[in-house]
Design a protein around this ligand. Structure first.
Ligand code: COA
Length: 170
């Protein structure tokens, strides 16, 4: 093999509504395997986000810390595999928490491979501290005034408290 090693690029897609500590863990671990990771806020037709695209991007930007040079933020409204082809990525990163995630992720990965056989999905097992965390559960707890610190980055905890501040008096 001659010349420099090809730079390894992965796309980490999700709704990230909002970013959780579980997402941050997956992103950090993917940076150990890949030279560059594009975090792509994608459209999941089954979800109506609480936070705007800009808010979700800001959460990710704030959580990145020193990793900013190897992480790119983007968004995508169309098919994920078309986006990957456009940016030249052949790997999709996803996190797997419990068995419950498996069936859904299995379907997504197979459908994506059917649509684009050259694009593969790599799964990271979620850290045991985050295996029960989900964006929906965090929103639910926050909506009732519960403490979500530690489950989400500090900026997300503040934004959730702000979004739901009217609920506390109900
Ligand atoms: N730790 C904790 N929680 C985690 C986690 C981790 N490591 N990894 C995922 N989660 C949680 C999230 O909090 C989220 O919880 P929620 O369902 O309560 O919101 C859930 O697991 C997964 O959400 P997220 O990671 O934000 O992604 P998603 O499943 O919404 O993303 C897309 C799905 C966007 C990738 C998919 O819909 C897509 O590809 N859309 C583009 C259109 C397309 O190509 N469709 C065809 C696909 S075959």
């Amino acid at each position: 093999m001659t010349g420099a090693r090809n730079s390894k690029l992965a796309v980490y897609p999700g709704t990230f509504d909002p970013l959780t500590s579980g997402h941050v863990d997956i992103l950090e671990r993917s940076l150990a395997l890949f030279d560059r990771v594009i975090v792509a806020i994608a459209t999941n037709p089954a979800k109506t986000p609480l936070f705007t695209l800009e808010e979700r991007q800001d959460f990710i930007r704030e959580a990145l810390g020193e990793n900013t040079d190897r992480v790119q933020l983007d968004h995508n409204e169309g098919l994920l595999v078309d986006y990957c082809t456009r940016v030249g990525a052949t790997t999709i990163v996803r996190g797997l928490r419990a068995l419950a995630d498996f069936e859904y992720e299995f379907q997504l990965a197979h459908m994506n491979r059917r649509l684009a056989p050259n694009i593969d999905t790599v799964f990271f097992m979620t850290d045991e501290r985050n295996h029960y965390v989900s964006s929906s559960l965090v929103k639910e707890v926050a909506s009732f005034g519960g403490d979500v610190s530690g489950l989400v980055p500090p900026a997300v905890a503040l934004a959730l408290a702000d979004k739901y501040k009217g609920n506390k008096s109900k």
